[in-house]
Design a protein around this ligand. Structure first.
Ligand code: THU
Length: 132
């Protein structure tokens, strides 16, 4: 992945955060998921008055992709105000499809806080091959 591609993916994630529905936490999250076929799917967090029903930005993007036939991911950029890193549920959710994918975490200024393969963010992760 080139630096230009990385910048573009981060810009897309920042843009995606504008659609965040976060009336409870006020913490807006945007995600841009790059598939191995070159498509970019956007996602944002979608909160709910029943807090536990909230869906994170990363899972929104992955569910959009899978529901459109895309299961192989190259990278995801996630943008927040402070460069917060993906929650455990999202790490697990992405691990199912592409443990090798690159995870790029940025803040709204575009500064990168973290840039590493998912398998390093979730060492020893449980995946499809863990099932007998
Ligand atoms: N959130 C995400 O969208 N992604 C993460 O990986 C961490 C948390 C959202 C969920 C909730 O809407 C808000 O951030 C505060 O937890």
């Amino acid at each position: 992945m080139t630096e230009a591609q990385k910048k573009a993916l981060i810009a897309a994630a920042i843009q995606a955060s504008e659609h965040a529905y976060a009336p409870y936490s006020h913490y807006h999250v945007g995600a841009a998921l790059l598939t191995s076929t070159g498509k970019i799917l956007l996602g944002c967090n979608v909160e709910n008055a029943s807090y536990g029903a909230t869906i994170c930005a990363e899972r929104t993007a992955v569910v959009k992709a899978v529901s459109e036939g895309e299961r192989d991911f190259e990278a995801i950029a996630v943008a927040t105000q402070n460069g917060g890193s993906p929650c455990g549920i999202c790490r697990q959710f992405m691990f199912e499809f592409s443990p090798e994918m690159q995870v790029i975490i940025a803040d709204f200024s575009g500064k990168i806080h973290l840039d590493m393969p998912l398998k390093e963010l979730l060492p020893g992760g449980f995946g499809p091959h863990s099932l007998p």
